[in-house]
Structure formats: C-alpha cells, structure tokens
Unconditional design. Sequence first.
Lengths: 221, 265
Amino acid sequence: MDFFAFVEGPLLWIAFFTFIIGSLVRAALFLFVSREKDKIIYQHFSWKYVLTTIGRWLLPLNKSVIKNPVFMILAYIFHFCLIVLPIWVYQHVIYWEISRFEWSWVSLPVGLADWMTLIFLAIALFFLVRRIVSPDIRLLSTFSDYFLLIVTTLPFLTGYFSAHGTLDGILFFKNNMQLLHILSGELMLILIPFTKLSHFILFFFSRSATAIEFGRRGYSM
Amino acid sequence: MSEEASAEKIEETSSEEMKEINPKEIMDFLKPRLGARHKMWLNICAHCGMCANTCHYYTANENDPKMIPAYKIRFLTEMLRKKGKIDREYLQKVYKTVYHECNMCRRCTLYCPFGIDIAMMISLLRGLLLSQGMAPTGLMKAVENYKAFGNQMAITKEDWLDTLEWCEEETAEELVGVKIPIDKKGAKMMYTVNAREPMFYPQDIMEVAKIFHVAGEDWTFPSETGWDDTNLAMFCGDVKTARMIVENTFKRADELEVKQVAITE
C-alpha cells in the first residue's frame, strides 16, 4: 500500500475514531469525575440555566459581544465556517457519495464555499497576528495556542490550494497538495480530544456547570 | 465601618519562617481538591483575552497584561506541571497575585466564553497558601477565633449574653419596653450580626433593637455560636472552617424553628 492509499484509507479511519471516541471519553471523564467531586452541579441542576446559557453563547447574544464586539463577531464567523465548510463543501459531499456509505446531502455553492474559506483564513491570520502583536495576548499565549491555531488553519489552507491549484507552479505541491490536505485534516481530528480543541464538546459542560453555579444564586448567565 | 480596620489587617503579610516546601504536601493538598471543573478549565482556556478588560485590577493598572485573570491562574498549571516542586519565593509570588491582584469578584467569569470560574481557582490557591502557613495575619487570627469561639472576634458565650443584656437595659432607658430576645423559639426571624458589633459597635445592636421594637418584629438572637454572620475563612480558601461557620447558623435556625435568618452587612 503506498502512502497516499494509507492516508486516505486506514489513517482516515484512525483519525475519525480517535476524534469520536476520544471526545466521548473526554466528556464521560468529566461526568464521571464531577459526580464525585463537583456534586454542586447535580444538586442544583436545572435545564433552565443550562439551555439559557448555551443558547446565549452559541448565538451572539451575550455580554462579551457587547464588550468586545469585533473579536467576538469574528470568533463566531470563524467557528461557523470551521464547522460548516468541512461538512457541506461539495468536494467532501462527493466523497461521501462515492464512499461505501453512499451518503449524500446538499452542498454549498462553490462560490460561497470559496468566500467562506477565504474569510476563515483571513480571520485565522488576524488571530495569529493579534496573538503576536497584542501585549496582552502575547503574554497569555503558550506554544499550544500558536500550534493549534496553525493546525486548525492548515486543512482550510491546503483545501483552498488543492481546489484552485494555487501552488501548482511548484511540482511538489502540484503532486501532493491533496495528500497534505487530508493529512492536515487528520492531524486536527486526532489532536482534538487531547488538546484544548476539545472545547468543542467541553464548552457545553463548562458553560452549564458555571451557569448552574450562578443560576442558583439568581444570576442568569 | 469595619472595612477600614480589616483592610489594615489584610495589608500585613505573614509567612512562616523560610522552611522548605515539601512537594508532596503541595500535591496532597491540590489533588483531592481539584475537581473535574478545575481540570477542564485549565485544559480548555483558549487564552482569548476576553477576560482582560473585565478585571478592575487590569483597568486600574493601565491595562497591565499581568493583571489578566486568565494569566493569574498560571500558577495552578505550573505547580501541577512541576509536581509541587516549588520554593518559598515562588509561593510569595503566588501570594502577591491571589491576595493583591484578585479579590475573587467573579466578573471575568461573566464574560468568559467558557464560563471559566477564575475566582474558584484563586480561592483554591489561597487555601494552598494557608496550608503552607501563608495568609494575611488578620485573616489567620480570625480563622483561629472561628475555630475556638465560633466567631471572628473570640467573644465567649458569657460576653455575648452579657453584651446583649446591658444593650437591652440601656436601650430600654430610651425606649420603654424594648427587648432583645434571646433563644426565642418559634420567632419569625433569627437575627445575626458581624462579630465586630458586640465588640466595638454595640450601639448598632441597640439601634436595631429599637427599629424591630417599633416595627413590631418577632425576632431573636441565638445564644450559641452561629450569630456571627461574617465568614472570613472563605477569603483564605479554608473551605472546612467556612462550612462550619455557615452550618452553625443553620443549626441555630433549625433549633429555634425560625422562618428567616437576617444577615447584616
């Protein structure tokens, strides 16, 4: 089996399984440990607090949007593109169709997907520059903050390049861009459960726990 | 009015002589107290900086990046990574941050996209410092008093009852018929005070007695511990003592079968 076949075959399975099972384990671990050590969450549990806070923060309806509108709106667009593009970009939908599953769903218009990718990349660049330039964020930043931002951006960058042949002038990229695209996507998926990227699922638990803590004191987050 | 006096005390720093820090002690303190939430928060904080301008220490210090709430809890991450291998000097740095750069107001939590409770982790760090003998002297003294007397001013039961008695007598000279009920079972409300009141400001108790008398309130003081409603143990992360203080008040309320507990300050 050559390397490409490995990357688009077994490694893809490994990546997906690591991502799904790893994320579930992270969530289960939180629930398991918190039952013992954070009983307050369960003693005061209320769906009212939980759903309100998740609704307010999944949509831009919260305090931070008012306080830091530029960053927060960009962060919302960033995450929106991050989730929507991989699922609905038409090249991916085609692969699902011709896969053993033969799943099919609507795809994004090509032009829109292109624009979303470019906007995503622009925001990612802004985040990176902000991390380097702003004295506040630079002090806070650790290696993983830079590293994971790059890991998250790479699949989109290589995806754009491979769809448009931007770097086809260089023979290595011409031959390998798709490989790089798949590899970078797999790298991100594998890293999610083990890094702070796990916030995609722990966000819900963290918000809920704090909303319960504040909610029982009469403050709606 | 008690604010100034306690602020003074908090200014002084007390620390035990420079004895070696035992990494095992640090980890033995942290491990059982690190909940699932702490671990998750230390893990997922994206260092986005949204908490920065919500902190009054940050804005009051001309946006000093060192005052960003997310930055202040780096100590917890560092100590865990170093497995508790730290020195006294390091703990002094922690002390400066957790006592002088954060008052656990929790405002940053309201603006954090993940709702990370920085104050809870600062409190944990304060508790850790206390376990190493480091806390503001005023607070340490108060905690000892709570443990021995159930109130922060080391007032004995005799002194407490005596104070209430002469307060009642003196007030009755001004307003005939004023009573300061003690242990009145089934009263509507149990009234609690800051322990500084019987110690330094008994006139407050007298004024309150007058107001309740004129308003026709059905109230009582408990004679046993539980009448001090301050909880300074909470401020140095001494959860055990903080809990005992609150439980005392609840116990008295149950015993006296009151409907409400009134807390001053």
